[in-house]
Design a protein around this ligand. Sequence first.
Ligand SMILES: Cc1ncc(COP(=O)(O)O)c(C=O)c1O
Length: 378
Amino acid sequence: MIPVTKPYMPAVQDFELYVHNIWERQWLTNNGPLVNELELELKKYLSLDHLLFVSNGTIALQLAIKALGLEGEIITTPFSFVATSSSIVWQNCKPVYVDIDAETFNIDPRKIEEAITPATSAIIATHVYGNPCDIDAIQQIAERYKLKVIYDGAHAFGTTYKNKSVFEYGDISTVSFHATKLYHTVEGGAVFTKDPELLRKMASMRNFGHSAPDEFAGLGINGKNCEFHAAMGLCNLRKVDEILDKRRLLSFYYWKTLATLRATYPKLNADLDYNYAYFPVLFESEDLMQKCLKALENEKIYCKRYFFPALSTLEFLAPAAMPVCEDIASRILCLPLYHSLTSSDLDLITRIILRVQTYDSAPVEATALADQTKAQLV
Ligand SMILES: Cc1ncc(COP(=O)(O)O)c(C=O)c1O
């Protein structure tokens, strides 16, 4: 069986060492020493001054929206994981969708201005698959209309834009450290901002609104993370460069072996050092994608339609027609990509896909004949 993703597992002895110390200290959560150590190490790794380790990427988005005091309408992308939009609705704001760029799959900045109304308070954009949005264009629009910007960087750990961590940008950036992400803490996430006052606000909000043990600065929630997750984060951080290298190699191998596939791939931002977070394939047609998906599943190889469906089609959000996004969502498939994926796994995956394409374009009799031959082989 080949799943679409597998979590990176550090050496168990490394994790056990941390667990042993947690047992000794009996300090499990509430801003423990490992949470502090992880925050320091992450700041060093990312060359950033401010960040907070929180319980997950969804809470990170909710803290960001709350800390910026956003109200009314928030312009966002329909091509993202549901948490990007549901966090907006959860905070009693209205998502206003703007269609995506057909080449990058990120929100199309050329369409943002026409969606701005007097009720617009912010733009929340996702760096889809870790590929940065058009940050400069979004920043210019935000400044012109006095809007706040939040980047959902759930996929973007390890990506740099203009030689800086992509989390430098926007009023607040967020990330997910969920087990499916290339760098993970089992469950977890972080918020990033350059504004120390915003950071203080989110630190208090993350801890029920406390400003001191017996004092409250305002409304808060439980967005803390714990020592065990921080231990996993510390173990994995030592391996993250190796993880990034392996993903780059696997991705290039995919591109090379799939060179004749009738498909395209997201256009990467020019000022980028990419993290190869996913391997999305935009098939020429939904039909070809579905046939490949099915053929792979028959061989117990599992891919993911990611993102599908377009968020703008969900009744409980804010339904709207987003033709570019709907088209891309209908044809896209993320292929398996994880640290322990081997070149022979990859050969098998790509062989199946290319075989489907060959028989798909062959006349019906030829396909039937091929099926017959295959049936005789098994
Ligand atoms: C784009 C995006 N935003 C937000 C999230 C939510 O992160 P978490 O699962 O850590 O809550 C995810 C998770 O996959 C995501 O892909």
